[in-house]
Write a protein that binds this ligand. Structure first.
Ligand code: SF4
Length: 362
């Protein structure tokens, strides 16, 4: 989603001919850092980079403008102005369509622009696509799920689907370009259409996109298991344009931990869905996400995640150590696991992944 946002920001700034992209950030008049707040590491990295450029800027007495965009501002809110007064302009993930106008008003004082919700009616005229052969198409913004470890509902706001006409307008722009593959994006694509249509869901959207001649492959990210339906599985199975890698985040192999994570499914329910997907789509490549060291996770509960990797032969597993995010429910849970132990569990999990996942070959 961040990559897609960056492509839209770059498109907005270049479409009026006011700006162009430069390969060397040292020579740029404006530096835009599009930030991610999902883990502490990502946050530290962006601040280190900004401070580095601020230092160079001071040394050269240059007027380079530093912009911080994305989820960190929405997460930190007003605190960010106090913490990093050297940043010229700060915008959240829901306001970047105002960036060209805001850049023309930059003065010596830091300015902060945030909004709780994204304007779902916004359609980009120009998107500066950077991927080789796949176009990212956001179909919805925000999330209503409030998984207890996750900051996204607080940074990107509540879930809102884009109108299908707007999505099709954006896909139409791909005609006669090199992009015949698309990746539909949303924090929880399986609930596309909720609160927008009475009778039109993600499966219907896929069915309609499949009819477009200029689109050869349709992928999507990300599916929440609690919203995976038999209708969607059958639609995927009967749709030859849908890519066969299905990203299906499990997050933990233990029911108590899944409950504490507020995921709304058990391991058995998840496993049954994997079996249903594989029954209807025998050539499906199921990939997943797993978090180790969630607050209170015992050795036995951690071993249940190891067991899941052994049992479900995932095609790909994205593993991470739990990173507390201020303001989330999990961050204030007792029994936080210390860093060394989380690291130990992560290494053990990754060892298991390298033996048991990637078992299927594309
Ligand atoms: S579904 Fe859960 S993990 Fe995914 S974005 Fe929403 S709150 Fe975060």
């Amino acid at each position: 989603m961040n990559k897609s946002d960056s492509e839209i920001i770059a498109g907005l700034l270049t479409e009026e001919g006011l700006y162009s992209e430069l390969a060397d950030p040292n020579l740029a008049d404006i530096l835009i850092f599009n930030s991610c707040a999902i883990r502490e590491n990502a946050e530290n990295r962006v601040f280190n980079r900004m401070q580095e450029f601020n230092h160079k800027r001071k040394k050269k007495s240059s007027n380079q403008i530093i912009v911080l965009a994305g989820c960190i501002p929405q997460y930190e809110k007003e605190n960010i102005l106090k913490k990093y007064p050297f940043i010229n302009l700060i915008i959240g993930p829901n306001t970047f369509e105002f960036l060209p106008q805001l850049l023309s008003q930059v003065n010596s004082q830091s300015a902060l622009h945030l909004a709780e919700k994204k304007n779902t009616n916004f359609v980009s005229k120009t998107i500066l696509r950077t991927s080789n052969d796949q176009a990212w198409i956001p179909i919805m913004y925000g999330c209503d799920n409030f998984c207890s470890y996750c900051i996204v509902p607080y940074t990107r706001g509540r879930e809102a689907s884009r109108k299908k006409e707007d999505i099709f307008k954006e896909i139409e722009q791909l005609k006669d370009t090199k992009y015949s593959k698309i990746m539909l994006l949303g924090q929880n694509v399986n609930s596309y259409g909720k609160n927008l249509y009475d009778n039109y869901d993600f499966a219907d959207l896929i069915t309609d996109i499949q009819k477009l001649d200029h689109i050869r492959t349709i992928d999507f990210l990300t599916s929440h298991p609690k919203d995976m339906t038999s209708k969607l599985i059958l639609t995927l199975a009967n749709n030859s344009k849908v890519g066969r890698e299905i990203h299906f985040p499990l997050q933990a192999g233990d029911d108590e931990i899944l409950k504490a994570m507020n995921r709304h499914y058990t391991y058995a329910q998840y496993k049954a869905l994997v079996e249903e997907i594989r029954k209807h789509i025998p050539n499906a490549y199921i990939s997943t996400d797993l978090i180790v060291g969630f607050p209170g996770e015992t050795e036995e509960q951690f071993q249940n995640s190891i067991k899941a990797v052994k049992e479900l032969s995932f095609y790909r597993v994205i593993s991470s150590a739990y990173s507390p995010r201020k303001g989330t429910v999990a961050a204030s849970m007792p029994n936080q696991i210390d860093k060394e132990e989380k690291h130990r569990r992560l290494l053990l999990l990754q060892g298991t992944i390298s033996k048991f996942a990637f078992a299927q070959k594309k």
